[in-house]
Write a protein that binds this ligand. Structure first.
Ligand SMILES: [Zn+2]
Length: 78
């Protein structure tokens, strides 16, 4: 059996699936850092990972997304 498929992960922005090596992994950052996540380029850090593909639009949108542990309050309409 020659099934050495690379693991696939979903981009959290566009929700398309990519081989893990094409995605940039992020993990929870210290409180107050960036958007709540920081890049884990070596992909070795523990905890849940968030993956973003290499599409510049996804990278830009990801930067603007907020990742907080607190549940959100005051949702806008919609
Ligand atoms: Zn994407």
């Amino acid at each position: 059996m020659e099934e050495r498929q690379e693991p696939v992960r979903m981009c959290v922005v566009c929700r398309r699936r990519f081989a893990k090596s094409r995605l940039l992994r992020h993990v929870s950052a210290s409180e107050g850092v960036g958007n709540g996540l920081e890049a884990d380029e070596a992909q070795t850090r523990p905890g849940r990972g968030w993956y973003v593909c290499d599409d510049p639009n996804c990278r830009a949108r990801f930067e603007g997304m907020k990742f907080r542990r607190k549940s959100h309050k005051g949702r806008k309409n919609g």
